[in-house]
Write a protein that binds this ligand. Structure first.
Ligand code: KG4
Ligand code: ZN
Length: 330
């Protein structure tokens, strides 16, 4: 059985994982840099790159030990090659290249977004191509037809902020701190989603694109008005995001004949009310709804190893000269 070592270092998580080609997760290790970035209220690229350098090698050793393996047992090295913060991406990619070269193993350079996009198939082996994917993370908000490894058609993207970015900025405005998404979700749980009138940008328009910048400005005005509680603003904001995601995804479903499922991936997919709303939408279209478990939604190396497995099985391997690509659309 082919064993893939996956490496992830594109943002503020350093991670190493071992996955088998039949979808068993043999080990997954992760070090978050949350504490290091918290004082700044967001990810500081230089701090991130240094922290990846310190964390990565011990994580690889720990993952190998967890699986009772050595590098000799690994068949393929998969490393995130972008998109992301260039310093961090370089750390994981160069480490992956060095291991591949030293051990004489093939390298698969993985697009981080493809890691998210294929992660639902690691969680649910019965999920077949093609599926409609809502990819919602800190840097991206897209609707994609996923037809196979390396084979994507983008139906829509955001014209300004990503959904996770909107969560993070709202958290900052509300003084909830970093990382924002889970904190806004928690505050929203005890708030009234109808308390604050907020816009639903682009809802009802023909193309299923997203926009969240106007929503963020409206949240800022609501905060400044002093009229509303933190919980009510959080709940109203979250509801506005849900309404946008659902309307846009419904539009995309109308153009998705033949898809096997509605799938959500990326960090924002960890949000329970968002998952619940998407599940309802899928049911209304007689489609199964697939979402990876929470830990597989946010950044991790198991999804990178799995994307490596899928690409390797499709004959897609990369040269050791493959460059780090800070910007790299799917
Ligand atoms: O995929 P991810 O871990 O990193 C990127 O590739 O961007 O996504 C991180 C994003 C952050 O913006 C974070 O605030 C958001 O996902 N997020 C959430 C939740 N957990 C993480 N947003 C809403 N609700 C959550 N529970
Ligand atoms: Zn991500």
């Amino acid at each position: 059985m082919t064993i893939i070592l996956g490496l992830e270092s594109s943002c503020d998580e350093t991670a190493a994982a071992l996955v088998s080609a039949d979808g068993r997760i043999l080990a997954h290790r992760l070090a978050t840099q949350e504490e290091a970035h918290r004082p700044y209220g967001g990810v500081v690229p230089e701090i991130a790159a240094r922290a990846h350098v310190e964390a990565l090698a011990p994580l690889i050793e720990a993952a190998l030990a967890d699986a009772d393996m050595t590098l000799a047992d690994v068949d393929v090295i998969a490393a995130t090659a972008g998109p992301g913060l260039i310093g961090g991406v370089m750390v994981g990619l160069v480490t992956g290249k060095a291991l591949a070269h030293a051990a004489g193993k093939p390298l698969v350079a993985v697009n981080h977004l493809e890691g998210h996009a294929l992660s639902p198939r690691l969680a649910d082996q019965s999920l077949q191509f093609p599926y409609l994917l809502l990819l919602v993370s800190g840097g991206h908000c897209q609707l994609l037809h996923v037809k196979g490894p390396g084979d994507y058609a983008r139906l829509a993207t955001t014209i300004d902020d990503a959904a996770g970015e909107a969560f993070d900025k709202t958290a900052k405005l509300l003084g909830l701190g970093y990382p924002g998404g889970p904190r806004v979700e928690k505050a929203a749980a005890s708030g009234n989603p109808k308390a604050v009138p907020l816009p639903r940008p682009l809802v009802g328009t023909a193309e299923p694109h997203f926009s969240f910048a106007g929503l963020k400005s409206a949240v800022m005005r609501a905060v400044q008005s002093g009229q509303y509680s933190t919980e009510d603003i959080a709940a109203s904001f979250q509801q506005a995001v849900i309404d946008c995601l659902i309307d846009r995804t419904r539009k995309a479903l109308e153009r998705s004949e033949g898809v096997t499922a509605l799938v959500v991936a990326g960090g924002v997919a960890a949000n329970q009310p968002i998952r619940a709303a998407l599940e309802k939408l899928a049911a209304a279209h007689d489609l199964p709804f697939v979402a990876p478990p929470l830990w597989l939604c946010t950044d991790n190396a198991a999804m990178i190893a799995w994307a490596g497995a899928e690409r390797y099985a499709a004959g897609l391997v990369d040269d050791l000269t493959f460059p780090a690509r800070p910007r790299w659309p799917l």
